[in-house]
Design a protein around this ligand. Sequence first.
Ligand SMILES: Nc1ncnc2c1ncn2[C@@H]1O[C@H](COP(=O)(O)OP(=O)(O)OP(=O)(O)O)[C@@H](O)[C@H]1O
Ligand SMILES: [Mg+2]
Length: 564
Amino acid sequence: MSAATGLQIGGEKTSGQDVRSQNVTAACAISNIVKTSLGPLGLDKMLVDDLGEVTITNDGATILQQLDVQHPAAKVLVELADLQDREVGDGTTSVVILASELLKHGNELVKNKVHPTSVIQGFRLAMRQACKYVSEEMAVTTESLGKEALMNAARTSMSSKIIGSQSEFFSEMVVDAMNAVKIEGRKGAKYPLKSVGIIKGNGLSSSDSYLAPGLAVKIARATPMMVKTVSGGCKIACLDFDLKKFKGQMGVDIVVQNPKELEAIRKQEELITKQRIQMIIDAGANVVLTTKGMDDLSMKYFVEAGIIGVRRVPKIDIQRIAKATGATLCVSLGTLDGDEAFEAGWLGTADSVGEEMIGDYEMMMFKGCKTSKAVTIVLRGPNEYMLDEMERSVHDALCVVKRTLESGMVVPGGGCVETALSIYLENFATTLGTREQLAIAEFAEALLVIPRTLSTNAACDATELVARLRAYHHKFQSDPANSNVALGRTGLDLTNGKLRDNVSAGVLEPMLIKLKSISFATEAAISILRIDDMIKITPPDQQQGGGGGMPPGMGGGMPPGMGM
Ligand SMILES: Nc1ncnc2c1ncn2[C@@H]1O[C@H](COP(=O)(O)OP(=O)(O)OP(=O)(O)O)[C@@H](O)[C@H]1O
Ligand SMILES: [Mg+2]
């Protein structure tokens, strides 16, 4: 950093053990925030942002998104939760807790003079072994468990949330919704999450929520004079231009000598719009949606023709409708020949379209859409905070059901997988004669943070419960015949502070979510452990103030007269 070498760093440099310890402290601070919200008896967080907006939630990713995190290593964990949320939807709290625990254990090893590279390699190997063990030894097919497995997976995901007490009611709704949007493809069945819309209606209680068939969109007819419902084969036109009286382009001057000609121009302007509308009607449309405006004259034509016309439809909604009904969003009627035309092939199809009262709102309901079967979950709740949290919980459960349906594999929850893996990896580590052995043993120890946190949050004796759980799994794995299958499925029963077979108790999680959280957490921990130097550049204004250590005249500022 000296001036003599010409290599100057206008900032602060931290190296080696200092930076690792700093990063681990930051990561632990983040995981401590979400730790108490893990599990069915975890608690919620209330977050207030700088505008006073309140969020009450139990969802790991939502909690971390609301925080203003400054430390770069802590930001990695926030992004990790976000990644888990986007990729698989559930398990965001677990992934953050696991990553920070792995970091803590990795850092201890480095402090004890194990090279970070050995730790990283050991963690990678442990992760691969863990994923292999889960998919080969622990996964249970949903077929062997029957239809209840899906309901149970949804119920487990909801158990920690605000709707946990009504998980029976909501899990049925979620499973029905996901089954309704099934699409048979060449590569097997698909369950698009986007086809399930969620609408929140303030008022009534959460048990008044229901599943409505069709796509519901918060838009209304341009005028109440129009018909309310069109049924028996609807043809839907999605437009992205104005349906107003035609106006010449800006900046075009027309010199008129005779006032009668002016009248003729006006007439022609009206005629252009009328012709356009006639073109759309002739193509067979009986529902016309536009993202832009619609004037009284155009409305009159639609009313006369018995067509539903909707103006100012938000772009995102019209895209959803176009996708579901198979319509083409039309930006202009112009053809290559300079004429105007509207092709019948641009129209989307649905069985019926009409305004319906959903909750307290009039909504446009599209039923029997052509390309994708859409359903809408209508959530009711006493206040906005609760509705928002209900939406997040239902979303988590939808993701869980989707993953379970697509892969058909579940694993027992309640700390079962983590404890079994911990025993397995400990045994695996002793078979290795290399330096990675230590890292794998630490990985095994770190996994126990999940059952420990689950039992602590449920006000149970974590040390005793986890020790007993380990003993059960050790007994199962040391028996070469694996005769007692239930022993290998033992997990925590948090309400009674006991142990039980979690497969028969119905505490199930999709295998994919477990695999992803183990691999994402390991990758995040490794990416932080790899750091051994942190250089923080001082902002230019502080440098000029004398804090940056740059020689005068060489600061970040521009020479006078060259400013912008
Ligand atoms: N009835 C239950 N008995 C025992 N353990 C349970 C039960 N229900 C859920 N769990 C456990 O709770 C954990 C999930 O808790 P939670 O849903 O709060 O966190 P998450 O899924 O990691 O994150 P988030 O839901 O916030 O995205 C899993 O380890 C699961 O096995
Ligand atoms: Mg969850």
